[in-house]
Every structure is written in C-alpha cells, then in structure tokens.
Write a protein that binds this ligand. Structure first.
Ligand SMILES: *Cc1c(COP(=O)(O)O)cnc(C)c1O
Length: 401
C-alpha cells in the first residue's frame, strides 16, 4: 500500500489523539528503522525508551517465539512456570524484595498509588480517605484519570474532570517545598528521578538524597517512577543511583520488554506490597507467561550485552560533542547517559520543525514540550553511529541558523 494511503487510513478511522511525524515505519533492526518507501532512519526516540535493547532484538525475539508456541496466558487464577523465575531474576537484579507485575506503565503507577494509600491506612493510622501523596509539578506518570488528576499540564486534564483527590504538588527539586508539604496524612512522595517528558529535567544535586532523608524522618514511602529513566537509559541501572538513594518502591515498564510487549512492574524494597491480599488488586494479562519470558530475556540482554556501561560511555560522548556545537539556537545541552535534552531558545521556532528537518536527514526524534529536542537512541548505539547523528544535527542546525 502506498504511504499516502496508509496515512489517509489512519486519519480517516483513528481518533486524533496523536500528531505523529508523517513517516510510516514498516521494519526495525537495532538502532535503525525503515519506512514504507524503504528509506532508513536512525531511531533517536527508542519508543520513549521502550526499545533500549534495539529494535527486534534477536534474543528477545527468540524468547518470545519460544514462549508463544508453548503458553501465552493463563490469568493469575493459576500458576505458571515463567512467573517465579521472572520474580527472582528481576528482584536479584534490582535488589528488590517483592514485585507486582502489570502491563502498561500507567498501571504500575496506579498500583503503587493503591499500595501506598493502603500502607498508610494500615501502618500510619491515617484516617479513612485522607491519605495524601506528594507529587512534582511538570511530572509525567501516564494518562489514566487518577494520574492526570495530579498532572500540571492543562491539556492533559482539560475536559476530563472530575479528578481524583489526595495529591499535593510541589515544584520539582524544591526540598523546602517538600518539607512544608508533609502532613501527618502524607503516605508517599512520588517523583521521576529525572523528568523525561517534562524536558529531561535533572533535579538539583542532592535533592533526591534530601528527599530520601525527609521520607525516612516522617515515615513516608519514596516512590520513584523509573519507567523511562530505568533499565540503563541514564547510564546506571536506575537513575536514582546517580544520587546514591534507594526508593521504597521503584516503577519499571517500557524497556522491561525491549519493546516487544507491554510489561511493567512495581518493585518494592520494603513491605509496601505486603498490603495486597488475594482479591485486592489484579490484571488479566499482568504477569502472563509471554510477558515474563520476554522480560526475563530483555533484562538479560541489558546486563549481558553491557548496555548500561555503553549508555554511560556513549551518553558522555554524545553530550560532550553536542556541547561543542556553537549554534546560537541552542540554549542548553543536558542529560544523563543516553537520555539527552537539547533545549532551544524560544526564537528557534519550536523543536518540532527540527524534528521534521532531522527526519528528512534520516534521523527520527521527538520534541518534548515546545523547545526541547530529546535524543534517546537505543543503548546499543556505537560511536560511529553517534558521529553519523552529529553530522545530521550539524546540517540541520546550520540550515536553521
Ligand atoms: C511512559 C511513562 C509512563 C507511562 O507508561 P505507559 O506504558 O505509556 O502507560 C509513566 N511514567 C513515565 C516516567 C513514563 O515515561
């Protein structure tokens, strides 16, 4: 089918809740994807960090095929042979004590919210329906109603009320505000260690450490959403490690399956997940055999192929080279590992047109907020590929200046 027709079908039949670049992809391998006309692109979004391992990774593909031929879904009404090993392996890798598997990232966030509320009622004597969770402005935790209830992005909320109460918002990185927001009813502090969708925003040094100390002091659970920053993206297994902190609950998703399948999980270091008793919470697909087999292999690939170390090394290289750009359009280059934001000045006319220009040069990126270009290629990327990307970026910035 020709490309124009494929786009037309999407526009005719689909809800218009996205405004994608007009590239119709048909194939992916490693860091590369190909469109319907055979043109090749370097993927610098990695499906919002879901394909950290690269597209169609052969080991994960083989694991998926093997499992798909054996058993895909039994529901949690019965046990199956992939669940226990997945639990053990994910806990061993992440230093967790307990895990609850879900599917999408938003479901993992919702699950954590349920867990910390119940934990507060059972362990802190918070009066019924009074639990408070402190969250950060400019957050992104997903799109369900409860989650958008504490978004600070007007477009995410407009027309969707009424909203779920029980959330207190502080400015991201403001430790005094966090301290002042704590009440006897505070059960948790929920944040991204680095705000991804918010524009690759890194909190001031020491913020997470001080937040950890406040949580300990006031018996509050620290919940870190590492759905985008986790599993090697920032050059560590988890972004929290950059500050040497350990959350009570860590949320993972996206790259947990290497992009093959929606798999997310709530990882708990303490007894927060112990509040769940049979029947309290569930999901038909959560923790299914196919998901577990895929996730087990996706995690092994991250470790055995050295993707965390490569993310750190290549991220440093990419960021340093970008900082050498002398374009007047660039306000700041920032990031950790291969989660990189290039903030443009307001006069640059928005990051979207840079994404469109880069697409013509064979590079796929997505703007985040209006003025930030996010560069987040698969973690298997090599130096020569980054040099290739830098040439394209040079061309685009030169032409735009
Ligand atoms: C993508 C993302 C989510 C939501 O994940 P979905 O699978 O899209 O529901 C939540 N938190 C963060 C930080 C994310 O980047």
């Amino acid at each position: 089918m020709d490309t124009a027709h494929l786009i037309e079908l999407e526009e005719k039949w689909g809800a218009r809740n996205y405004l994608p670049l007009d590239v119709v992809l048909t194939r992916g391998q490693g860091i590369w994807v190909w469109d319907n006309d055979g043109k090749q692109y370097l993927d610098c979004l990695s499906a919002y960090s879901a394909v950290n391992q690269g597209h169609c990774h052969p080991r994960i593909l083989a694991a998926m095929n093997r499992q798909a031929e054996k058993l895909t879904l039994v529901s949690r009404a019965f046990r199956h042979d992939q669940l226990g090993p997945f639990y053990e392996e994910v806990c061993a890798l992440t230093g967790s004590h307990s895990v609850l598997p879900m599917n999408s990232g938003a479901e993992a966030v919702e699950t954590a919210i349920k867990a910390v509320r119940k934990w507060g009622y059972e362990n802190k004597n918070v009066p019924g329906d009074k639990a408070e969770i402190i969250v950060c402005a400019n957050n992104f935790h997903g799109r369900t109603l409860t989650i958008i209830s504490f978004s600070s992005e007007p477009q995410y909320k407009e027309g969707f009320g009424p909203f779920t109460p029980g959330f207190i918002t502080i400015p991201f990185g403001d430790i005094t505000a966090l301290k002042n927001a704590i009440t006897p009813n505070t059960v948790a502090f929920l944040a991204e260690p680095i705000q991804g969708e918010g524009g690759v925003i890194i909190p001031p040094k020491g913020f997470l450490k001080k937040a950890r100390a406040l949580c300990d002091e006031h018996n509050i659970l620290m919940v870190l959403d590492e759905i985008q920053t986790g599993l090697g993206r920032t050059g560590k297994l988890f972004a929290e490690e950059h500050e040497g902190v350990e959350a009570d609950i860590t949320l993972v998703g996206k790259a947990l399956s290497g992009g093959f399948y929606p798999v997310s999980a709530v990882l708990s270091n303490r007894q927060a997940l112990a509040v769940f008793h049979p029947g309290d919470h569930g999901s038909t697909f959560g923790g299914n055999p196919l998901a577990c087999a895929v996730a087990r292999e996706a995690l092994k690939v991250i470790v055995e192929e050295g993707l965390i170390e490569n993310s750190a090394a290549m991220g440093d290289y990419f960021q340093n080279e970008l900082k050498k750009f002398d374009s007047p359009l660039i306000k700041e280059v920032r990031g950790r590992g291969l989660l990189i934001g290039v903030e443009l000045i307001a006069e640059a006319g928005g990051a979207r047109k840079f994404c469109e220009a880069l697409m013509r040069e064979g590079m796929l990126c997505k703007e985040t907020h209006q003025h930030i270009l996010r560069l987040a290629p698969p973690l298997i990327i090599q130096k020569e590929n980054i040099d290739w990307a830098l040439e394209r970026l040079h061309t685009v910035f030169k032409n735009a200046a």
